[in-house]
Write a protein that binds this ligand. Structure first.
Ligand code: ADP
Length: 604
């Protein structure tokens, strides 16, 4: 199209140029021929005026001869009378027959037929003009041009000059009238140009130029299309790989919002939705054997890209062992475009290994529990012996004082003074017994405890996992309200021991009751973490409530009444406390307070 438009513009330019030159030539030629006609008329007027003055015929003949010499088209000049016309100059041939009719004004006379001669008449003078002789010798333009003078009315050709019969690529044509008063004959100018008038070299250059341009453009476009296609293919391949991957792949924006996820990701992280925060479904926890996982730091990419071995995904009530990583996506200038989370469920073999490990760990724990129980029993045995020995004295004393008191009161007129003394002694002996028991508690408190960084969330979850079988058996609905982590400075075994005691008691209190519910919540408060354990059991009875934390107070047939007492002692030994009360509506609520762990503490 560009080539066509350019060629058209070039053609138009050349056409305009040729037209201008043609118009100029036609104008010039028109003027020359018009002048030539006027000269004929001038000759006519001059001869007629001489004749009218009565110049003698011979003299007139000589004069005419001289006068017409420069005009080859004037072939004869005649003087007419009513008898006929006679030539004033010698004739080169015969003149056509043209009867004379006298008349005053100038006019053009045409002999019969279609000859090329005609006569101009004025008065008695007649000038014969050979139209064919009008054109040769005229100042014709250098370029060939067809010129035709027509006879008016009949439009037969009077004179013509051909411009050459070349095959015409372009024809210009204009018709005018000769500008004389007597002979305003139609005159046609025509010029024909052959193909070689066009600027072929310019055309060829232009075409070559546009072809080169078009070729370059086409090459560029093809290259671009190919590059785009390659990019599309590449993208499709990448998409294919992502879609086909058995690993879950999730593309996140820098804030952690899901932008894209493959089918495996939707399968592993059930409930995953594009446009929502990935953390709502990707809840990672360290399993029993692991140190606590700081999920907040992990999501900020500060925990290293790979999830530690043994990380579990909390999927509803179920926990699945998974592996994976969080890789930053960096832009050209190293700016963070987002992150890619990959997750995979750890293979069945590893799951089995984990289960075995768990089972092994559980067995060890059970064994430990058994040992602790046995050691508790043996301690208890020793303690009982000690207690028996220690308490025997005050108790024997109380019994004897009591019996003495009763005997004294049984007398007819009892003397109250010795009775009062006996009762006073009984009180003293009972206080001694209480002191012995208090010393026992102090003994327990002195047990050496470890002080390390402990995640209470982790500890509580470990215990829930341990009690899972019992929870399932009793159909307990467990509700937890935990932060990501709750770090305290404590002995991990002791913390777990306390939580285990609270959960065991809760389970025992709910056994056999409909719709058992257990709530565990963790809230921070002024440098402390507060763990609340609330159940929907029968609650704390009025008898037990005042002695809840006193050793050997139990409402159970096979209970020892040491769990809560020991737990409180442990909690206080860790710088915290344990309190118990009845829930607002029903059930019991125990609150364990432990001091928060602060990073500048010199503990591990
Ligand atoms: P034991 O469990 O051996 O009796 P504890 O010191 O653990 O010893 O408990 C003391 C008593 O406190 C229990 O016998 C029970 O009556 C009461 N108790 C403890 N926890 C609860 C609870 N969650 N709901 C109701 N009563 C409880």
């Amino acid at each position: 199209m560009v080539a066509g438009l350019g060629s058209w513009a070039l053609l138009e330019d050349r056409r305009a140029e040729l037209r201008e030159s043609f118009d100029l030539d036609a104008r010039v030629l028109h003027r020359v021929l018009s002048q030539r006609m006027e000269q004929q008329e001038t000759v006519l007027n001059a001869v007629e005026s001489l004749a009218a003055q009565g110049v003698e015929r011979r003299t007139l003949g000589g004069y005419v001869k001289a006068l017409i010499r420069p005009y080859p088209q004037i072939t004869a000049v005649e003087q007419c009378t009513s008898a006929g016309c006679e030539a004033l100059t010698p004739l080169p041939g015969t003149l056509p027959v043209l009867p004379f009719t006298p008349g005053g004004s100038s006019r053009v006379r045409w002999p019969a037929g279609t000859g090329t001669r005609y006569a101009l008449e004025r008065g008695r003078i007649r000038v014969w003009v050979e139209a064919r002789a009008l054109l040769p010798g005229a100042d014709l333009p250098p370029e060939p041009m067809t010129v035709r003078i027509y006879r008016p009315e009949s439009r037969s050709v009077l004179a013509q000059r051909e411009g050459g019969g070349r095959p015409a690529a372009l024809t210009f044509l204009v018709e005018k009238q000769l500008g004389t008063p007597l002979e305003p004959f139609p005159i046609l100018f025509q010029r024909e140009y052959s193909w070689n008038v066009w600027p072929w070299t310019t055309f060829l250059t232009w075409w070559a130029f546009t072809a080169l341009g078009a070729w370059t453009l086409a090459r560029g476009l093809t290259a671009r299309r190919r590059a785009e296609q390659a990019l599309l293919d590449e993208r499709r391949r990448a998409q294919g790989i992502v879609q086909a991957s058995t690993d879950g792949i999730v593309v996140l924006d820098p804030q952690g919002t899901v932008m894209q996820a493959n089918p495996a990701a939707h399968r592993i992280l059930s409930g995953l939705r594009v446009g929502e925060d990935v953390r709502q479904v990707a809840r990672f926890r360290a399993t029993l054997a692991q140190a606590p996982l700081n999920t907040a730091r992990f999501w900020q990419g500060q925990e290293g890209p790979t999830l530690p071995d043994g990380t579990a995904l909390q999927r509803g009530l179920e926990r699945v062992l998974i592996g994976g990583s969080l890789t930053p996506l960096l832009g050209e200038r190293d700016q963070l475009l987002g992150r890619v989370l990959t997750v995979r469920e750890v293979g069945p073999l590893q799951q089995r290994l984990l289960a075995q490990l768990d089972a092994g760990e559980r067995r060890i724990r059970e064994h430990e529990a058994l040992l602790a129980h046995v050691s508790r029993l043996s301690t208890l045995g020793e303690m009982s012996a000690g207690l028996a020995h220690e308490l025997n004295q005050p108790l024997t004393a109380i019994v004897s004082y009591g019996q003495a008191g009763m005997r004294l009161l049984g007398e007819e007129e009892p003397d109250l003074a010795p009775v009062r003394q006996s009762v006073h002694n009984m009180v003293l002996q009972a206080q001694r017994a209480a002191e012995i028991i208090s010393r026992l508690r102090t003994l327990v408190r002195r047990a050496p405890a470890q002080r390390v960084k402990v995640d209470v969330v982790q500890a509580a979850q470990n215990i829930l996992t341990l009690c899972q079988a019992d929870l399932n058996r009793l159909g307990v609905t467990v509700e937890t309200q935990f932060p990501a982590t709750a770090l305290v400075e404590a002995d991990p075994v002791q913390v777990e021991q306390i939580i285990l005691n609270l959960i065991r008691n809760a389970l025992e209190a709910m056994a056999g009751l409909p719709e058992p519910r257990l709530f565990l919540g963790l809230t921070p408060a002024a440098g402390r973490w507060i763990l609340t354990v609330q159940d929907s059991g029968h609650g704390l009875s009025g008898e037990i409530l005042p002695y809840l934390f006193q050793p050997f107070h139990t409402a159970k047939r096979d209970g020892l009444g040491l769990g809560l007492s020991l737990s409180q002692t442990l909690a206080q030994g860790l710088g915290g406390d344990l309190v118990g009360e009845n829930g607002p509506t029903h059930g019991a609520r125990f609150t364990l307070t432990l001091p928060q762990w602060t990073p500048d503490d010199s503990v591990a």
